[in-house]
Design a protein around this ligand. Structure first.
Ligand SMILES: [Fe+2]
Length: 377
C-alpha cells in the first residue's frame, strides 16, 4: 500500500482503514474517541470504523457533527471527549467532522475560546501540539486530512479559519472504498472543491513551483483524465474514486500556498444564517466568474491550467468550468440555492475580510465582489 510521507504519514489505498490499530498504537492512543456525522452513522460507516479499531476499543463517539461545524457543536463534542477520559481522536468524514475533531483536539490541549486561536486574531502563534488525531476522509474534496486548517463558525457568527501546522493530523488513512456510496451530487460538489483548491493554489501570486506542480496534477487527474466526470456518472467506479481521493489530497497539499477570491466568497456564503450551503457547490458556482475577473493576471498559469483541463491554449477556461458544472449536474445560480439580493452586502462585507481574500491572484474590491455575486442571482 502506498505510504506518502510529505506533511504527515498518509496510508493511501483500498483497505487503508485496516491500518487503524497500527496508527493508534503508533500515536500511543489507548482510549480513542470517534467523531463522525449522522449521515455516516446511517450509512453504517461509523460502525464499520468502530469495528476496525481492533483491540483498542473506542471510549466515546460524537456523531452529531453539523454541515459547516459551529463552536457550540465543538464544545459539546469536547465535553463528551473529556467525560470519556479519551486520549486521542479519530475523525471520520468529510471536512466537517475532520475540522470539528481538529477543534476538539485543539481545545482539549489549549485555553479557548476558539476566537483567540483563529487566524483573524493571529492565533496560530498560541497553537502547539494538539491531542493525537487520525483522519479518515469519506469524501474527496476538502483534503482536511493533510491541511493545516480547520474552519469553524464561531459563536460570534464569523466563519473562522484556524491555521497551524499542528492541525495536520499526524496520520491519515485514505481509503477510497469509503467513498463508493457517495451520491452523485455530493461527489460532484466535493470534487469541484478539490479542483478549486488546485486552481486557486496555483494562482496564488507567490512562487512555489513544487506545490504548483501538485496543483496542476490534481486538476489534470480530476478533469482532463475524466475521473471526476466518471465518479459522478458511476459511483462504483473504483479507479475514478481512487483518483479523485488523490486529487483531493493534492488540492490540500497545494493550498498550503493559500487560496483566493472563490473561497473568500464561498466561506462568506457558507455562514449565511438559515442556509448551510454546501462549500463545494459554492466554489463550483463562483469559480467561472472569478477566473474571468482574474484573466490576464497570470497568462502562463492560465495556459497550463487549460492543458490540465484538456483544453487548447485558445480555449476559455471559465467557459470550460461552466460546461463542466453543467455536465456534473451542479447548480448555475445562487438563486437556486435560495440566496437573495438583500444578502449581497453581508456576503461582500465578509468576503473582503476572509483570509483567502489576502492571497487572491487579483483581489476584488467590494463593488467587484458584489458584481461577482449579483451575476449569479
Ligand atoms: Fe475548499
Amino acid at each position: 500500500m502506498p505510504v506518502i510521507s510529505l506533511v504527515n504519514t498518509t496510508h493511501f489505498d483500498f483497505g487503508a482503514v485496516t491500518q487503524l490499530p497500527n496508527a493508534l498504537k503508533k500515536l500511543g492512543v489507548s482510549r480513542p474517541f470517534l467523531v463522525s456525522d449522522p449521515g455516516l452513522t446511517a450509512a453504517g460507516l461509523t460502525a464499520r470504523v468502530q469495528a476496525s479499531a481492533g483491540e483498542v476499543a473506542f471510549v466515546g463517539l460524537y456523531d452529531q457533527t453539523p454541515a459547516n461545524p459551529d463552536e457550540a457543536s465543538v464544545l459539546t463534542a469536547l465535553d463528551a471527549y473529556r467525560a470519556a477520559g479519551a486520549d486521542g481522536l479519530v475523525a471520520l468524514g468529510g471536512g466537517s467532522p475532520m475540522d470539528l475533531a481538529k477543534a476538539v483536539g485543539l481545545l482539549a490541549t489549549h485555553d479557548g475560546p476558539l476566537e483567540r486561536l483563529g487566524a483573524s486574531a493571529r492565533g496560530g502563534k498560541h497553537i502547539g501540539k494538539i491531542a493525537p488525531l487520525i483522519a479518515i476522509p469519506t469524501t474527496s474534496g476538502t483534503g482536511s486530512e493533510v491541511s493545516v486548517g480547520a474552519v469553524v463558525i464561531l459563536a460570534n457568527g464569523r466563519k473562522e479559519t484556524i491555521i497551524s501546522p499542528h492541525l495536520i493530523p499526524p496520520i491519515s488513512l485514505c481509503d477510497p472504498e469509503l467513498t463508493l456510496g457517495l451520491p452523485a451530487r455530493i461527489t460532484a460538489a466535493t470534487g469541484m472543491d478539490a479542483v478549486t483548491h488546485c486552481i486557486e493554489a496555483v494562482l496564488v501570486p507567490f512562487s512555489n513551483p513544487p506545490l504548483e506542480a501538485i496543483g496542476y496534477d490534481g486538476v489534470e487527474r480530476a478533469v482532463a483524465e475524466g475521473h471526476l466526470q466518471r465518479a459522478v456518472a458511476d459511483g462504483s467506479d473504483r479507479d475514478a474514486r481512487y483518483q479523485m481521493m488523490m486529487a483531493s489530497l493534492e488540492g490540500a497539499l497545494a493550498f498550503a500556498k493559500g487560496l483566493g477570491a472563490v473561497h473568500a466568497l464561498s466561506h462568506s456564503c457558507g455562514r449565511l444564517p438559515g442556509h448551510r450551503l454546501h462549500h463545494g457547490t459554492l466554489n463550483a458556482l463562483f469559480l467561472p466568474g472569478v477566473l474571468r475577473f482574474s484573466e490576464g493576471a497570470a497568462p502562463e498559469k492560465y495556459t497550463r491550467l487549460k492543458r490540465a483541463f484538456g483544453l487548447s491554449p485558445a480555449a476559455d477556461l471559465a467557459d470550460a468550468v461552466e460546461d463542466l458544472n453543467r455536465k456534473l449536474g451542479l447548480p448555475a445560480t445562487l438563486k437556486e440555492l435560495g440566496v437573495t439580493s438583500d444578502q449581497i452586502d453581508d456576503i461582500v462585507a465578509y468576503a473582503v475580510s476572509d483570509l483567502a481574500h489576502l492571497t487572491a491572484l487579483k483581489r476584488p474590491s467590494r463593488d467587484e465582489y458584489a458584481a461577482l455575486a449579483m451575476a449569479l442571482l
